[in-house]
Design a protein around this ligand. Structure first.
Ligand SMILES: Cc1ncc(COP(=O)(O)O)c(C=O)c1O
Length: 385
């Protein structure tokens, strides 16, 4: 009986296999061109030492409860104070990861009769939050500020146009590596009295003055909510929501994913604080990464005559899922850890290799990787252009 009930799952899995969309958990192997550990902070001695010394001083592993109960450790408050100073906001709130931070914001702050405008290439955590929110939502074409402005103008003249409007974007898109036109978005948000939410997941630690992210020039604006994830360039785990005191205090009181969940391990907060310190102590890491990013984008241009994203995430779009898997697998066999990114993570017909540049690869690794990619792609019978 139960076996019969489970067949719908095995049927779905078979369908995924047939369309080359089935995923498997693979071990870590080869030179890293996949992770988001851009600054190699996940293995930085200073962060390890901070964690080790906190453990030796008796810091517990688990928090023991919700932040509103006994799970509120002093280190959580210290991290939030440091994050607000670092990212130039009135207050900050720490979540276990970026996914729950995005979900939490979008299901708590925009309310019934509000409007959320979101970019077509938004991350799954943003979509989940928006689709679970009571607010109305409108998807606009990628990085199209005019489209956002039109939606806002229409909304303001509609019956519910006096309620709040929210614009949700990523500052650096996770699968395309391009950046949002933040100055224009800030200006449009201001003109229409909207609040701009910026997911800084891939910019935090890498871009902006001293790695403060791409919202850094707009620090302190009360109509800005920035989400700085801590599991990528910061090499730890978490999501820091940085915004006005009113919105943070409201979330502490009303945000269900914050209230009804065990607080993140205090030790994670130690790691994030050490990572924020390390950004200032070792600017060399960012400078070296920026050099590698230039090198990688140049290699792409020279070898494939393609213009790169100019950031640390360089999409190499192949299109066909099976071919993308084959190229990724051959690259892995040659010792380069490149993964195939397929729908629904990216739009249909745009399966790709997502080349991620981190300090785990050297300049030589980068040119060897592009040489190998060129050889493999030239040997396929399909024109990848
Ligand atoms: C744009 C974006 N936002 C949020 C997240 C989620 O962050 P976390 O991995 O900390 O849950 C990701 C993760 O891939 C992401 O790419």
């Amino acid at each position: 009986m139960m076996t019969a009930r489970l067949t719908r799952y095995s049927n779905d899995l078979e369908n995924l296999s047939r369309s080359h969309l089935r995923r498997r958990l693979e071990p870590i192997n080869g030179i890293d061109f996949t992770s988001n550990d851009f600054l190699a902070f996940s293995t930085a001695p200073q962060i390890r030492e901070a964690v080790q010394s906190a453990l030796e001083d008796g810091m517990p592993l688990g928090s023991g409860g919700s932040r509103l109960l006994r799970g509120n450790h002093r280190i959580h408050d210290e991290l939030e104070t440091m994050a607000a100073e670092t990212f130039g906001s009135e207050k900050a709130l720490y979540f276990a990861n970026g996914y729950s931070a995005n979900f939490a914001i979008l299901t708590t702050l925009p309310r019934r009769n509000d409007l959320i405008i979101f970019d077509a290439l938004s991350h799954a955590s943003i979509r989940e939050g928006i689709f679970s929110s009571l607010a109305k939502n409108v998807k606009t074409p990628h990085n199209d500020v005019d489209a956002i402005e039109h939606v806002l103008a229409d909304w303001r003249t509609s019956a519910s146009g006096s309620s709040m409007a929210w614009i949700m974007v990523e500052s650096l898109y996770s699968m395309d590596g391009d950046c949002a036109p933040l100055s224009d978005l800030v200006e449009v948000a201001e003109r229409y009295g909207a609040i701009l939410i910026v997911d800084e997941a891939h910019a935090t630690g890498v871009w902006g003055e001293n790695g403060r992210g791409l919202t850094e020039p707009f620090d302190g604006r009360r109509n800005l909510v920035a989400v700085h994830t801590c599991g990528k360039a910061l090499g730890a785990a978490g999501g820091l929501v940085c915004t006005s005191s009113e919105l943070i205090d409201f979330m502490i009181n009303k945000c269900r994913p914050f209230i009804y969940s065990t607080a993140p391990p205090p030790i994670n907060a130690v790691a994030v604080m050490a990572a924020l310190r390390l950004l200032d102590e070792e600017p060399r890491r960012r400078i070296d990464l920026l050099g590698l990013i230039k090198k990688a984008n140049r290699e792409l241009e020279l070898k494939f005559e393609k213009i790169g994203s100019q950031t640390q995430i360089i999409p190499f779009v192949i299109g066909d899922e099976e071919l993308t898997l084959r190229v990724a697998s051959e690259m892995q066999q040659a010792g380069f850890d490149l993964r195939a990114i397929r729908p629904p993570t990216v739009p249909a017909g745009t399966a790709r290799l997502r080349i991620s540049i981190t300090l785990h690869a050297t300049e030589k690794n980068i040119s060897d990787m592009f040489d190998e990619l060129y050889t493999i792609v030239s040997n396929t019978d399909t024109d990848i252009s």
